[in-house]
Structure formats: C-alpha cells, structure tokens
Design a protein around this ligand. Structure first.
Ligand SMILES: C[S@@+](CC[C@H](N)C(=O)[O-])C[C@H]1O[C@@H](n2cnc3c(N)ncnc32)[C@H](O)[C@@H]1O
Length: 236
C-alpha cells in the first residue's frame, strides 16, 4: 500500500550518501487517510521529479509569496496557517504516509486552495526541486530532536541543510524554526548564527508569529513545563 498509488510510486529518498533525518514508520493509517492518499494525491500532491522546479505558480496558478514547510507531521499547523494566510502559496513536505493522507483529506474537506504537498525526503526536494532564491520562507516546526548524542547527526537542522535552505531563500526571506527541545534549540541557534547568508531577526529567541497555532503536541510540552524556543533568521 505504502507506495502503490499513482504519484506515490518510487522511493522516498534517492540519496546514496548522507544520513536521513527520519525513519519510515509503518504507522497505522485510518481508512480515510488511505483513501485520501490514493484518491487525492493526484489532485493536491506533486511527484518527486528532480528535473522539475516547484514554485507558487504550481501551487496557486500565479505569482505569490512562497512558503515551504519541512516535515509537517499530521499537518495541523499547516492547515491553520494556510487558512490564516490565504494570499500565500504553501508547499508542505513530509514522508510519513498517515500525515500526508490526513493533510490531503483536510485540503479537500476545507477547500484549501493555497496548499499542496510532496511526499518525499525534504532535503532532496529542497535540493533538486526548488530554485535558488525562489522561496520567501521555510517553516521547520518541532523537527525530530534525535535526543541521543549518537543520533545528533540525523537532526535535520544541521549546517548543510541550513545552508541549502538559505541558498533557496530570496533576499529578505526567512527561516522559522520552533522546538520544545532546549538543547536542540541551543545547537540550532549556533548553527544558524554560523551561517553567513543568514542573520538573526531577534537578539536571540524569536517571538511567536500570531498565525502559528498552538498544536496539541505543543500544548503538551507547555503543560510539561518545557519552554518553546523559536528562531527566525533572515536571508541577507
Ligand atoms: C516530530 S514531527 C513534527 C511534525 C509537525 N511539524 C508538528 O509540529 O507537529 C517531525 C516530522 O518531520 C518529518 N521528517 C523528518 N525528516 C524529514 C525529511 N527529511 N523529509 C520530510 N519529512 C521529514 C517526520 O516524518 C515527522 O513527521
């Protein structure tokens, strides 16, 4: 089932080198998620096509600010933000099938016209399917913290991916990262600060954007007393 529908054929990653930031979980899918993945991916999804570049015209049929979200999970924040900012074109990248199915079903049910998805390794999509200086903003919300030291190399916010995203941003574009994992926040602050193409929009931690909703996941972190750390860096 995982790779059977049209548009979802092929591997989630084609890299022969480099460490992946995710493991493919065989998580259970609801019938609705499965049906959405099969039936709606052709309507709202982009295939992995490294020879092609994606931009706002592919999402909304015209030029518009273009925001790319890395690892949207179940897409709760993605949907809320796309609805809050209807004049912005959103592209969501995620490998996890139940999450992609869920987001597709929300796009259909809520008739969201400014959000499309690609189910493939975000590192490869950013590298191969986004043109340099074409993106107005990247959202990276609560990426997997890979807490064990020996797994830190799997963290998506490594220097290489930060540099790659920076290269895809237009001048003045932003990279917005949020985590509830203090040590990952500190490490990412260091990584992003060390990237010459970026500057911190704040002294240190950023303020929450008014359009970013508190998800269930985030509420649990707040209830457990973990601070939410936000970073917003601007492309020079
Ligand atoms: C901890 S979850 C957070 C999900 C969501 N952003 C949220 O705030 O609830 C991180 C997500 O990133 C996805 N992910 C990790 N590495 C990825 C990659 N290279 N390409 C696409 N998705 C990735 C995982 O599948 C997972 O769903």
């Amino acid at each position: 089932m995982e790779n059977s529908p049209a548009g979802l054929n092929g591997p989630l990653s084609v890299r022969e080198v480099g460490i992946r930031s995710y493991v493919v979980r065989s998580g259970r899918m609801t019938d609705m998620q499965k049906d959405a993945l099969v039936g709606l991916y052709p309507k709202y999804g982009f295939d992995w096509e490294p020879a092609r570049t994606l931009g706002p015209v592919d999402v909304v049929g015209r030029d518009a600010p273009f925001i790319v979200e890395i690892g949207f999970g179940m897409g709760t924040a993605t949907v809320a933000i796309a609805e809050a900012l209807p004049d912005v074109a959103f592209l969501g990248l995620e490998v996890h099938a139940p999450g992609v199915g869920k987001l597709l079903s929300e796009i259909e049910a809520r008739t969201i016209a400014n959000l499309r998805v690609c189910r493939h390794d975000a590192v490869e999509v950013v590298d191969s399917m986004l043109a340099p200086e074409s993106v107005d903003g990247f959202h990276v919300f609560f990426p997997d913290p890979w807490p064990k030291k020996r797994h830190h190399k799997r963290r998506i916010m490594g220097a290489d991916f930060v540099r790659l995203m920076a290269s895809r941003l237009k001048a003045g574009g932003y990279l917005y990262y949020v985590t509830d994992w203090e040590e990952y926040a500190e490490a990412t602050l260091e990584t992003m600060s060390a990237e010459p193409a970026l500057r911190n929009a704040y002294g240190r931690w950023a303020d929450r954007e008014a359009w970013r909703p508190v998800t269930k996941f985030e509420q649990r972190a707040i209830n457990d007393g973990r601070p939410i750390r936000e970073l917003k860096f601007i492309k020079r």
